[in-house]
Design a protein around this ligand. Sequence first.
Ligand code: SF4
Length: 391
Amino acid sequence: MKVSRREFLIVAGGTAGAVAAGTTPLVRRVLPPRRRFWYQKATAAVPTVCEMCLWRCGAVAYVADGRVAKIEGHPDNPKSNGRLCARGLAGVGELYDPDRLKRPLIRTGARGEGKFREATWEEALDYAARALLRIKEQYGPEALAVFGHYAGDKWFVDYLAPAFGTPNAAKPSVSLCTTPREVASNLTFGRPLGGHEPVDWEHTRYIVLLGTHIGENAHNTMMQDFAAARARGAKVVVVDPRFSTVAAKADHYLPIKPGTDTALLLAWMHVLITQNLYDRDYIAQYTEGFEPLAEHVKPFTPEWAAKITDLPAEKIVEVARDLARYRPQAVLVPGRHVTWYGNDTQRMRGLYLVNVLLGNYGRPGGFYLAVAPYVDEYALPPFPAAPDSGG
Ligand code: SF4
């Protein structure tokens, strides 16, 4: 409903006058009595999933008159816990965005000319299938490369590509994000870390974030877990060249020189080992290769790291001692988007090794060992190429 400036002044003046005179205000003259907002109408609460990012939080969509009026977190969903992030809450805007693609478009003009016509799904799929088969006949299946990301990419990248016969399938966005930490996890723990980072936020008491900007880039659940841990009194250390949002909330902010995090991690290992602060029993019981590691980190003193990282040696020692004091309820969070400077897999190995020295892998307050429910593999027809998207 639009209210003109003149109508507003009439109402405001009338209301003020009515209040002064003790009579009924004039609001009825401009507000149609039958106008009702969506929450005053019969509303259906439809359980759904937020698709605004790949995290896929459980949500509830409130539908009135056949339109989604509002989305909020589903209270029983462990990813959202009844709350969505700002991006998720904005999902209604995307749903009804007039520029949103809802039907396939087929180009009718020259490439780049921007001319398209709408097509049915059947026509579009036939069109794409014919073009793919033409490529296969003319150049062979390997002439096709498939790139994917987001919900549903598994079918596209892991199944369509090998069924077509091309090994050229990749998820480049994953390589830019979590791949170094997954490769490093395989090398350190013999298994990947997994998508939903298995940090035991509930029991941790000391959190170290290296280049992780929780509050600026994290998924909903991690933000909530971090906020709850902080509210419970967990100490927070932020290592970041930039004074990020979370750095403003940290107990220790370490403004490290960009690209030198591995030196800091080596120095922390040096302090933990040479000052006998690591978890000796845990190392003896669950690990191998400790002696060569201890030998390797001998030269990497806090003073050595201070020259490289621009951080005071005393601060490096102080955090290492804190880590030891709180272990195993102290954790260096692996984070996301860990592809930075080219030595990322080695940096992530260093980060995991500090965690291992704290004895926190598989312990409360550190990393829990996630177990997926066993589901039989779906019987697929034999593929001409093996699925290997690497993501
Ligand atoms: S993290 Fe935010 S955008 Fe992503 S699925 Fe959850 S609510 Fe939606």
